[in-house]
Design a protein around this ligand. Structure first.
Ligand SMILES: [Zn+2]
Ligand SMILES: [Zn+2]
Length: 302
């Protein structure tokens, strides 16, 4: 089952040299979810040929412009693309008036419903679920109310042993029964479920944590996460600047990843002063080996 993230943008503060600010697409079995929507997001959606009408929900971390200024434009474009299905939008208090005021000032009409949900950024709680994923808020510490999002895959039913399904010529209703863990009655006898299915894979998880100052309180909330995206606006020599602006350095992000026993650290939200963001991988390696700089267009299987 597909569970992957596509990085659309990772610049901190402002678009530079063709690169945009924060936005990512999480793909769960071709169901798409947008994480943050910095200015230019819809251009990247176009560039990477993302099926925009498959976006089921948008999760905004906070209301700094580099995380949400692309949202009103995306909404009106979705309408131009004949979207009819409702869209859920999650974000801290203020997201509702931000979206509604812009649409109202522009006298914009949307051909689909939007459902805006204001999240409590001080709580770790489940805010969304569908057949494919469940999403929990992760309280973060930044200059304005901010939360990260923990997205966990939902695995339904047991995994089929394809060979056995073919061997016994099971019908579709029998396959559904088998996925539920039931034994199957056939004309010649009972087939034990263990011959047809195996344990489902462990649900995979992704934590999207931006923007935040070093905040170890998040560690128990993201324990054993498969991939952690953590902001690393600066290298370590600018630690005091990071603290003053309530951002993190690469070593701070690596320390969080190690303490949370994350499978991989995806570092991002880079200050525009770094021409080559690979420096973040080298700088963080000593504290956490499996580290990847989140460059635009990168796809990470979770
Ligand atoms: Zn930011
Ligand atoms: Zn910010």
């Amino acid at each position: 089952m597909k569970f992957q993230v596509l990085v659309l943008g990772t610049n901190a503060a402002l678009p530079l040299k063709g690169k945009i600010t924060s936005a990512q697409i999480l793909n769960a079995d071709d169901n798409l979810y947008l994480l943050d929507c910095g200015e230019g997001t819809q251009m990247k959606i176009e560039q990477y040929r993302i099926k925009r009408n498959r976006i089921k929900a948008v999760f905004i971390s906070h209301l700094h412009g580099d995380h949400c200024y692309g949202l009103p434009g995306l909404l009106t474009s979705l309408s131009h693309h004949h979207r009819k299905t409702p869209l859920h939008i999650f974000g801290p208090a203020g997201i509702r008036s931000f979206v509604e005021v812009v649409l109202e000032c522009s006298n914009a009409y949307l051909g689909f419903e939007i459902h805006i949900h204001e999240t409590d950024t001080t709580q770790h709680s489940k805010i969304y679920e569908d057949q494919h994923i469940e999403v929990f808020t992760i309280p973060l510490l930044h200059r304005v109310p901010t939360c990260g999002y923990l997205i966990r895959q939902r695995i339904r039913g047991r995994n089929l042993k394809e060979d056995a399904i073919r061997e016994y010529h099971l019908t579709i209703p029998q396959i559904k029964q088998a996925k539920k863990g039931e034994d199957i009655q056939t004309a010649t006898g009972i087939i034990p479920n263990a011959q047809l299915t195996k344990e489902p894979q462990k649900p995979r998880s992704y934590a999207y944590c931006t923007d935040t100052v070093y905040h170890p309180e998040m560690i128990p909330l993201i324990k054993d996460v498969d991939v952690l995206y953590h902001e690393t606006t600066y290298l370590d020599d600018l630690e005091s600047e990071a603290a003053a602006r309530m951002h993190s350095t690469i070593s701070q992000a690596a320390r969080i990843a190690a303490a949370a026993n994350a499978g991989r650290l995806l570092a991002g939200h880079f200050s525009g002063r770094y021409a080559d963001v690979r420096v973040f991988e080298h700088a963080g390696k000593a504290l956490f080996a499996n580290i990847l700089a989140a460059e635009e267009g990168l796809v990470v299987d979770i």
